[in-house]
Design a protein around this ligand. Structure first.
Ligand code: SF4
Length: 356
């Protein structure tokens, strides 16, 4: 399988992944209940590809990121560079996959200088002599837009943006095959976040790693990524190239995310089910059902277009109105509805205007 993956240039393979947690409830007589967080999640990320995973808070994005990092149990298969996580091979696995998180301050040791923090992965993996490690740290500081003088500073002496640059540099020190960036710009203010996005773009130009970029912000994901998967309640409801998902959204939830972007509703044509403004209005007026019937579409309880056909959960099917076979949506409307058309890609500043 790993040979097959490398032939296809697949860095990450996520196949039929499910994850559960046990809800202990409140009170001493409360019954323990098994709740599903991830539901049959499957996708691949190719070599050098930036892949965006977008959805609202609590939908399971970070759970998936942690499962890929080997930090959470799951059912199914996850392979990075053809290798599955195992505790005995943890060291080799961490060379392949690294992460950048939302809060750079808590990710850095306040008692260690920036130079020591960035040297640590090389030290832990016995890579190079001390001089070579210091040289590699200085080179990496330059690469992430800082200079060698930062090596002697402590995290408290740096701004939020500079700290996130250090975290990105530290994640790159082992030249991983995959980086998971989990809400990596969400805690930064708009201008600093835009600089970090631009840094990702610059690094992407000479990159030989793939990235899973997790965010609640569809604009940011579109700005940065080659392909996008939209997640709702632990299920991927739409997946395709960034152009297809952003410019030709099909699933009502994807449209709702787009409708939440200020000034975006006027930028979409009526696709037969109404403009984004209509969809947002319909959703606001829709009386949300408490629970989905067993086996129903995961968006049934919120969907203004739900009918009896939706009581059988739809699987991801190809969207016939776009050229790419990779564009798929888990909605009964996917096969019959012309996709919506959205106009031009926004700037990096616009990428931050989303409140979804
Ligand atoms: Fe809505 Fe039905 Fe499509 Fe689910 S399958 S998103 S409930 S129209």
């Amino acid at each position: 399988m790993s040979e097959m993956n490398s032939e296809k240039g697949e860095i990450l393979e996520v196949s039929h992944v499910n994850n559960y947690y046990e809800d202990t409830g409140l009170g001493i007589f409360a019954k323990r209940q098994k709740r599903q967080v991830l539901s049959d999640v499957s996708f691949t990320i190719h070599t050098d590809e930036f892949f965006g995973l977008v959805g609202e808070s609590g939908c399971g994005k970070s759970t998936l990121g942690n499962a890929i990092l080997g930090q959470l149990p799951f059912e199914g298969t996850i392979r990075v560079g053809g290798m599955e996580y195992s505790k005995s091979d943890r060291r080799k696995f961490t060379e392949k996959v690294q992460a950048v998180f939302q809060d750079p301050m808590s990710a850095l040791n306040p008692r260690m200088t920036i130079g020591s923090t960035m040297r640590e992965p090389l030290r832990a993996h016995n890579i190079g002599t001390r001089e070579e490690q210091i040289r590699a740290v200085n080179d990496m500081l330059e690469k992430v837009g800082l200079d060698a003088s930062y090596a002697d500073r402590y995290p408290r002496e740096l701004s939020g943006g500079q700290r996130q640059r250090v975290c990105i540099g530290a994640a790159l020190m082992l030249q991983p095959e995959l980086i998971i960036a989990d809400e990596a710009v969400s805690a930064l203010d708009v201008s600093v976040g835009a600089q970090i996005l631009n840094l990702f773009h610059e690094i992407d130009a000479g990159a030989d790693f793939a990235m899973l970029f997790i965010s609640h912000n569809l604009n940011v994901v579109y700005y940065l990524c080659d392909r996008i998967a939209v997640m709702y309640r632990g299920t991927i409801v739409e997946i395709g190239s960034a152009e297809d998902v952003y410019h030709h959204p099909v699933h009502p939830y994807t449209k709702l995310l787009l409708a939440a972007i200020p000034d975006f509703t006027s930028r979409i044509e009526d696709d037969g089910t109404g403009t984004l403004a209509d969809i947002a209005k319909a959703n606001a007026q829709f009386e949300v059902r408490n629970e989905d019937p067993e086996g129903a579409c995961c968006f049934y309880h919120r969907c203004p277009y739900a009918n009896s056909e939706c009581l059988k959960r739809p699987s991801l099917t190809a969207v016939p109105t776009t050229d790419s076979e990779e564009h798929r949506a888990a909605c009964r409307l996917a096969a019959e509805q012309p996709s919506a058309q959205v106009d031009e890609k926004g700037s990096v500043a616009e990428a931050f205007q989303s409140t979804c």
